[in-house]
Design a protein around this ligand. Structure first.
Ligand SMILES: *Cc1c(COP(=O)(O)O)cnc(C)c1O
Length: 486
């Protein structure tokens, strides 16, 4: 058969599309991508994926390679996280799926009355909001200090017979706070409450980080851990592990049915048919690096992170939030500095972007006690960072000088920039339909382009200014329109 279009032409267009993406290599994007800086490791992963391209990861009895690779990746992860023989697990397609499955397991094992409850600090990854929503648990989010630190006693105070799971992070995504795993897990174990450690971001790097208290399976009450291979395991997207303590616990993760006229469906994860590519890439990477290789890459991350944290703290007007653990941290304005010296972290991030480096803007959060977690800018450090430390540092310092003293965009200011009847209309519209939401987005200059505006600070201010359900609806519209056929 002759193709409608020449493959070379198709791939040339793909190359042009990719060229418009944020750069996935070279350390210029400090979130989303985890660059080992080792081209030969990426090449190995690509070849492993290619080999597995036609395989269906759904059935390890038909495609026996899948079982072998999964077993070996899990064995490596179990050793790294100090699990004994009672720890078993699954390779999933990502952190969110690992977190969802940890919650689903806990829900199915819970035997209380009424609705099960999930207790976690407010800084826990949004995947747990999703899990509670999907699986029908009440989400009980506990305030943390304004430095992002969760307090064990505040979490423990919420324990009760309806609690199906407590979740702590190692570390938290927003501020890189290492939650008090041991104290929480110990108290939970006494009440028979399972404790999940979300180490999606830390799981493949904290085991090699110097000077940390125990947070993994060495802590007795820890019943499950999620750790993303597609973060600090340097695998392509689509790979995470969920390890659970105890076979009987882990079996509750499975969905099994023989009650249909097709093949028996016995699934440890959410998907049916799935790619075995990311698993194969993970499997290859784990063998190539070994524990020593991961340790070396972690040491590079630790050097770069220490350098950048010290640098940011030395910039008048900026400060690192709390006491970050692992290769990530959040930056906020130094509230103790006089106003003319203070730096808004979002203006700063926008200027840093103009210098060619993408940091991640994070909104403020008002907690239930009225205290406010400040707006921050997030940096994720990877091994490749070390090769660009100097120009990155220069950009961080230069951008700070350019925005020092410029006050943050206030929510009132953004709201005032819209015609009052527009906002009144939105408030009265009730649940927004797609057309109204789209019209609003276009009026504020967000509809119709594939790209984000140059300055994100006003956008984040808008996110903070409007009620969450409204912003959530508007952003849903924005993302949904992006993929509508044109
Ligand atoms: C990234 C992350 C997740 C979600 O993982 P995805 O792979 O993006 O689905 C969950 N928890 C933490 C702490 C994370 O950093």
């Amino acid at each position: 058969m002759s193709f409608q279009k020449d493959p070379a032409e198709i791939l040339a267009r793909l190359d042009r599309l990719r060229a418009a993406d944020a750069p996935t290599h070279g350390g210029h994007v400090l979130s989303y991508v985890y660059d080992s800086g080792l081209a030969e490791l990426d090449e190995l992963a690509a070849r492993a994926i290619r080999v597995m391209q036609p395989v269906n990861g759904l059935d390890p009895t038909t495609f026996t390679s899948v079982a072998v690779m999964e077993r070996e990746v899990l064995g490596f992860a179990r050793e790294m996280l100090h699990g004994d023989d009672s720890v078993v697990g699954t390779v999933t397609t990502g952190g969110t799926e690992s977190c969802l499955l940890a919650v689903k397991t806990a829900r199915d094992l819970w035997s209380g009355e009424g609705r099960p409850r999930l207790v976690a600090p407010v800084t826990v990854h949004a995947a747990f909001q999703k899990a509670a929503h999907y699986f029908g648990l009440d989400l009980d989010l506990v305030d943390v200090g304004t430095d992002g630190r969760a307090h064990a006693e505040d979490l423990i105070a919420r324990f009760g017979p309806d609690v199906a799971l407590v979740v702590v992070s190692a570390p938290s995504y927003p501020h890189a706070a290492l939650d008090p795993v041991a104290a929480v897990a110990r108290a939970a174990a006494e009440l028979g409450i399972p404790c999940h450690v979300d180490a999606c971001i830390g799981g493949w790097v904290l085991p090699f980080w110097e000077g940390l208290p125990d947070w993994d399976f060495r802590v007795e009450g820890v019943t499950s851990i999620s750790a993303d291979v597609h973060k600090y395991g340097y695998a392509p997207k689509g790979a995470s592990v969920l390890l659970q303590r105890g076979r009987d616990r882990q079996r509750a993760q499975y969905f099994s049915t023989t009650r249909w006229p097709g093949y028996p469906v016995i699934n440890p994860t959410m998907l049916g048919s799935k790619s075995a590519g990311p698993l194969a890439a993970s499997w290859a990477i784990v063998q190539a690096l070994g524990m020593d290789g991961f340790a070396e890459l972690a040491a590079s991350c630790q050097r770069s992170t220490r350098h950048l944290v010290d640098l940011v703290n030395s910039i008048p007007g900026l400060t690192v939030v709390g006491d970050p653990v692992g290769p990530l941290f959040a930056v906020t304005g130094d509230a103790t500095a006089p106003a003319r010296e203070r730096i808004d972290p979002h203006h700063w991030a926008d200027r840093v972007r103009a210098h060619g480096w993408q940091l991640q803007l994070q909104p403020s959060l008002v907690q239930s006690d009225g205290s406010v977690l400040p707006t921050t800018t997030h940096l994720t450090i990877t091994p490749v960072t070390e090769s660009v430390l100097e120009p990155l540092s220069e950009a961080l310092v230069a951008a700070a000088a350019e925005v020092r003293g410029i006050p943050p965009v206030s929510p009132e200011q953004v709201l005032a920039s819209f015609p009052p009847e527009l906002l009144a209309g939105l408030a009265e519209a009730g649940p927004l339909d797609s057309e109204t939401a789209w019209a609003f987005l276009q009026q504020v200059g967000l509809g119709g382009s594939d790209e984000l505006p140059e300055s994100l600070a006003p956008l984040l201010a808008l996110v903070s200014a409007l009620p969450a359900p409204l912003v959530e609806r508007l952003l849903t519209e924005l993302l949904a329109r992006l993929v509508e056929p044109r």
